[in-house]
Write a protein that binds this ligand. Structure first.
Ligand code: CU
Length: 153
């Protein structure tokens, strides 16, 4: 009887039966990059991952518009700006946010096939350990117009 009761509860709590997606799906906000004057110029990619659910991990990203995408960390060490590739990815905290922004964590868009032109939308797929593939678009902004811009790239 006890097993039957568990099964009944499981069915009752199943999202499919509730008729709505659970509010645990992560979403991406403020996804952007900066315009570049020519193809092949590496650019930074920035975005905020909002995660209402359990902890996850950003493993990597790819885009048909660029040769390859890396996850980088930028930091100051002895007055020198340094960047390193995070090959293990980045933790996305449960019920929290992961922010990729100028001066800190960012995506490195290596070998863009075309110049990133102002106002263009760059397709990007983020790969998460649990959430799987999440498609986003990076809006190409003007670096001059962004007061928070870092001259790092
Ligand atoms: Cu970088």
């Amino acid at each position: 009887m006890r097993n039957l009761r568990s099964l009944f509860l499981a069915l009752l709590l199943s999202p499919a039966l509730l008729g709505a997606a659970p509010a645990t799906t992560l979403r991406v906000e403020q996804a952007y990059s900066y315009a570049t004057p020519a193809p092949g110029i590496t650019a930074g990619g920035f975005l905020t991952i909002v995660n209402p659910g359990a902890a996850d991990r950003l493993l990597g990203a790819e885009s048909p518009a660029v040769g390859r995408v890396e996850i980088h960390e930028m930091s100051m060490a002895g007055g020198v700006m340094r960047m390193r590739a995070l090959t293990e990815g980045l933790a996305v905290p449960a019920q929290g946010q992961l922010r990729l922004a100028p001066g800190g964590y960012h995506l490195m868009l290596i070998e863009p096939k075309q110049a990133l032109s102002l106002g263009a939308k760059l397709p990007l797929v983020l790969r998460f350990e649990k959430a799987g593939r999440v498609e986003v678009e990076l809006e190409v902004r003007s670096r001059d117009a962004d007061a928070h811009s870092h001259a790092g790239h």
